[in-house]
Ligand binder design. Structure first.
Ligand code: ZN
Length: 152
């Protein structure tokens, strides 16, 4: 497959992202959770009929040394074992909050490995924050000619 030239790649601007977010937020706010009112669903974890709809779920995580807490989320929670799952609207909220918290990035230098091959050493801070091991496989996705994502 031929690689598209720079000018053929549409780079989504910050303004476009904001507009999309605004529209999505409006759509989510209008829509009532389809799970609302459900009770006694079988729990996938403990197998008891104790999963109910809840509108006071909490999302909590530690990312890059920072604690993120989001309250008032909707979804399903098990009365017996505490297992919980967020509905589509709340998953969207969590995703948006986490995306906005992507830090500025880590600087590293592209080095020569010999021949035509280039390499990047992962900074110590990145290794500490990520769940990665030596010799593990990673996938590089090219977004534009100046932007790529590494999935591990
Ligand atoms: Zn359970």
């Amino acid at each position: 497959m031929e690689r598209p030239r720079d000018e053929e790649i549409h780079v989504v601007t910050k303004e476009e992202m904001e507009e999309t977010r605004r529209l999505l937020a409006k759509a989510y706010a209008r829509k009532k959770s389809p799970l609302k009112g459900m009770r006694g669903v079988i729990c996938p974890v403990c197998n008891q009929p104790t999963v109910d709809y809840s509108d006071d779920l909490v999302y909590e995580s530690y990312r890059t040394g920072e604690r993120v807490v989001i309250t008032g989320l909707t979804g399903m929670r098990c009365r017996n074992c505490g297992d919980q799952g967020y509905d589509l609207r709340s998953s969207g909220i969590i995703e948006r909050v986490l995306e906005e918290r992507v830090p500025g990035g880590y600087e590293c230098t592209i080095t020569t490995l010999g021949g035509e091959r280039l390499g990047i050493y992962l900074p110590k801070d990145v290794v500490r924050e990520m769940d990665i091991e030596p010799r593990q496989k990673a996938i590089i996705k090219l977004l534009t000619r100046h932007r790529m994502v590494i999935e591990v």
